[in-house]
Design a protein around this ligand. Structure first.
Ligand code: ADP
Ligand code: MG
Ligand code: ZN
Length: 477
């Protein structure tokens, strides 16, 4: 039996406003537990919430970037449940009238483009954080009331890889908007994955499970892979899928049942009486739309068009805005019409330096000016590509300029034929058998001879010129 996986993702992002969603408490991360609380976020009787306008603007911004229809009329609702991290015993959220609906996100998976529908975007508040020690549990309410944006996809994702692409694209967009740091380790981006399977060519959706507790996109991918297999196995055995919430355990790479899934009616949603419904008029929406920056997709195509990057390379560079900005500064500072050389250095040696150090391009702290200078040395054939790569490594390690390193180590190539002729003659004398090999048609011998000249010159000979001189000498004689 062939099954198809159906996945819908619920992503929560912390909005990086200075103060909480409904009170003036600071949202700063990592402070003394319970030092950023007040009667409002602790739910003291008689305290009243006031909506943070910036949080609302940020929510609209994200909604517009995700091609959603921002609703002119919206309201907050109470979602009631009892849990120790929820001091009010309800969460202010949005139920039937979310801020925005019906958007989409375009992803690319295995070379194919796909549009994933966004069902809704709504604003809510975060709960506190429980810290479990051996035999006690502690609660920190600093996180309580931090504005959260929930972005819910349609069930239109069909593989763990597509889910991964959706999440990376979404994160990239939200980061470009600068409304969240999207740091999964700090919990400022979280993802719940809903998944079901159905026989291929059937229309009806299968029973879904909701998987939580993944703390990286890789974990989401693994958890989905596991869950799809688990469900298919059950169905093949003729057993039912139970609608439930399951937790991913990254140590054993399995999901475990946490609880059977609540239905909306379990939460007793009702309109939040302390916050009036609100209207976001068209002028306001257009005003916010004007503040949208160039988004990753647009930037990608512009890089392809203007700088001759391949789509693949452009995708790597635009994912993080800071990398894209750095790359573009370098490209602009490179004063030649053909941008290929600088682009190749960015996505070649510079990116490998970053990868081998497990950091981003910009963390290497190579200034635009230094990178351009290095590339110019290579393009003017003053140093070889190979030498330049080791200069780059040293630039990153020591923060010295390429000029300083090249002068200090005397790395400028010898390109002038007169200086190279002597070395070439010596090498020809010492390697008569290779000379014969070449003359009898073994063209590999030429590269060997070039290598010998390079060695004798302490790596400073210009290999191109050496090759030319050798060729001429070997055919002349
Ligand atoms: P719930 O009320 O359980 O949260 P929703 O209908 O609001 O469920 O959907 C939550 C998420 O689950 C959405 O992202 C949606 O796309 C996804 N989803 C809904 N039904 C299914 C299904 N049968 N299989 C996979 N995902 C689903
Ligand atoms: Mg849900
Ligand atoms: Zn507060």
């Amino acid at each position: 039996m062939v099954y198809e996986a159906i996945i819908g993702l619920e992503v929560h992002v912390h909005l990086n406003t200075k103060t909480k969603a409904f009170c003036g408490c600071s949202t700063e991360f990592g402070q003394e537990p319970n030092s950023q609380v007040c009667p409002v976020c602790l739910g003291f009787p008689g305290s009243l919430p006031v909506l943070n306008k910036i949080a609302l603007d940020y929510a609209v911004k994200v909604a517009l970037a995700l091609n959603c229809k921002v609703q002119e009329y919206s309201k907050f609702d109470r979602k009631n449940y009892f849990y120790p991290d929820l001091p009010k015993n309800y969460q202010i959220s949005q139920y039937d009238l979310p801020i925005a609906k019906n958007g989409f996100l375009d992803i690319e998976c295995n070379g194919k483009n796909k549009r994933i529908g966004i069902r809704r975007v709504h604003l809510e508040e975060d709960a506190g954080k429980l810290i479990h020690k051996e035999d006690i549990s502690l609660v920190d309410f600093n996180r309580t009331g931090i504005p959260l944006l929930e972005i819910v996809s349609e069930p239109q994702i069909n593989s763990p890889q597509e889910a991964y692409e959706y999440l990376t694209s979404l994160k990239s967009i939200v980061e470009y908007l600068e409304v969240s740091d999207c740091d999964m380790e700090k919990g400022s981006l979280r993802c719940d994955a809903n998944v079901s399977v159905r026989k291929e060519d059937t229309q009806e959706l299968g029973v879904k499970t909701e998987v939580k507790n993944m703390n990286s996109f890789k974990a989401v991918k693994e958890a989905l892979g596991f869950e799809i297999e688990r469900q298919i196995e059950l169905l093949n055995k003729g057993k039912p899928i139970i609608q439930e919430t399951r937790l991913w355990d990254a140590k054993v790479l399995k999901t475990f049942s946490l609880r059977t899934k609540e239905e909306a009616q379990d939460y007793r949603y009702f309109p939040e009486p302390d916050l009036p419904p609100f209207v976001i008029n068209q002028d306001k929406i257009e005003e916010i739309r004007k503040t949208l920056p160039e988004l990753p997709q647009e930037k990608l195509w512009r890089f392809v068009r203007d700088y001759g990057l391949s789509k693949y390379d452009a995708k790597i560079l635009v994912f993080l805005k800071k990398n894209a900005d750095y790359a573009e500064d370098c490209i602009k500072a490179y004063a030649h019409t053909d941008k290929k050389p600088i682009v190749n250095w960015l996505i070649g040696p510079l990116l490998s330096e970053a990868n081998s150090r497990n950091c981003d391009l910009t963390d290497l702290k190579v200034s635009t000016k230094d990178l351009v200078e290095l590339v110019n040395f290579v393009e003017n054939q003053q140093i070889s590509h190979l030498t330049a790569k080791s200069v780059l490594t040293e630039m990153v390690d020591t923060k010295k300029s390429p000029v300083a390193i090249i002068q200090e180590k005397n790395l400028i190539q010898i390109s002038d034929a007169d200086s190279l002729n002597n070395v070439v003659e010596e090498v020809l004398k010492e390697n008569s058998s290779s000379v014969n090999d070449y003359k009898t048609g073994k063209s590999n011998a030429l590269m060997f001879l070039v290598g010998q000249v390079m060695r004798k010159s302490g790596g400073r000979a210009n290999p191109k010129i050496v090759q030319e001189i050798l060729k001429r000498r070997l055919t002349d004689a």
